[in-house]
Design a binder for this molecule. Structure first.
Ligand code: 5RP
Length: 293
């Protein structure tokens, strides 16, 4: 009888082998539950411990942006080289095939358009049930520390963390910098640590001087924002400096999709983030790909 044979064969208990020690590669998340760890492992590569997040959530505030006019054409080209899509539910549902198997960082706040002078007035716009339906690995919530809307953005962030904690969905706290707001190490030290203490699982912020101190003081991983378009070599230097100073990767938009060759740029960024390429080597790699086309 097949079942009996199988039962008799299962004798190899390796009593002399101690249990495998399991470690977890995401900073501050050793005590997280299994589902949350699974989602974080889709964001942060277990091999490198880092991530390449492709941000294309700009439309939620700017409408159609240069480089993102046709999401359905652009994103499939970049997808193979990114780990995570950071975008709105509308963009993902309409233009991104679910077959890509990418982690989703779902933009969950909204409130103003670029027609306003002040864009700090946002609310939590996405229910956790919809984030679950989207199979989001994390929800992204923008905070405006230091602005008149500081308190309401902190409230939205904490609501998202509470909801996410019920289901094991991580929260990405985004440190926004408004026109009136500082971009100093002192500010980023304050804002990143505040977000981590509220309970976010990862933080997105800008690279600045003394970045190593900011990383050291933040008990969860930090990914850096790309910001305004730079020449490609400078964007690679930004990524290189950030990971050298301890960033767990990048969450980059315009410096990828507005690059001369967005697909080559995504690959070059991935070389810096996952394979420790220097900025110089990555720029050489970028140019090689462009020449071969
Ligand atoms: C602002 C954001 C943006 O919506 C976006 O993701 C920024 O991407 P980039 O600056 O790299 O174009 O998160 O804080």
């Amino acid at each position: 009888m097949a079942e009996k044979d199988a039962y008799q064969a299962s004798k190899n208990y390796h009593e002399d082998v101690p249990p495998i020690k399991q470690t977890f590669h995401v900073k501050g998340m050793h005590h997280a539950d299994w589902g949350l760890k699974d989602r974080l492992s889709r964001i942060f590569s277990p091999r490198s411990g880092r991530t390449v997040m492709l941000a294309f959530d700009h439309g939620y505030i700017m409408g159609s942006t240069t480089g993102l006019e046709r999401l359905d054409l652009v994103i499939p080209e970049l997808a193979p080289h990114a780990d995570v899509f950071m975008a709105t539910r509308g963009a993902i549902r309409t233009c991104v095939p679910p077959t890509f198997g990418k982690a989703i960082a779902l933009r969950a706040t909204a409130g103003s358009s670029i027609l306003q002078d002040d864009v700090t007035d946002e609310v939590l716009a996405v229910d956790i049930e919809d984030a679950i339906r989207m199979n989001a690995s994390c929800v992204a919530v923008q905070t405006f520390i230091g602005s008149k809307d500081e308190k309401s953005s902190i409230d939205s962030l904490n609501k998202a963390i509470n909801a996410g904690n019920r289901y094991g969905i991580a929260t990405l706290g985004v440190v926004a910098v408004g026109k009136q707001m500082e971009r100093t190490a002192r500010f980023f030290l304050l804002a990143t640590r505040m977000l981590a203490e509220f309970g976010v699982h990862l933080v997105k912020t800008y690279y600045c001087e003394d970045f190593g101190k900011i990383v050291a003081a933040c008990p969860v991983p930090i990914v850096i924002a790309g910001g305004k378009k730079l020449p490609e070599d400078e964007a690679l230097t930004l990524a290189y400096r950030a990971v050298s100073d301890g960033a767990a990767g990048v969450d980059m938009g315009r410096n990828i999709f507005q690059a001369g060759d967005p697909a080559a740029m995504t690959q070059a960024i991935a070389k810096v983030v996952h394979e420790n390429y220097t900025d110089k080597d990555a720029f050489g790699f970028y140019n090689d790909i462009r020449q071969k086309r």
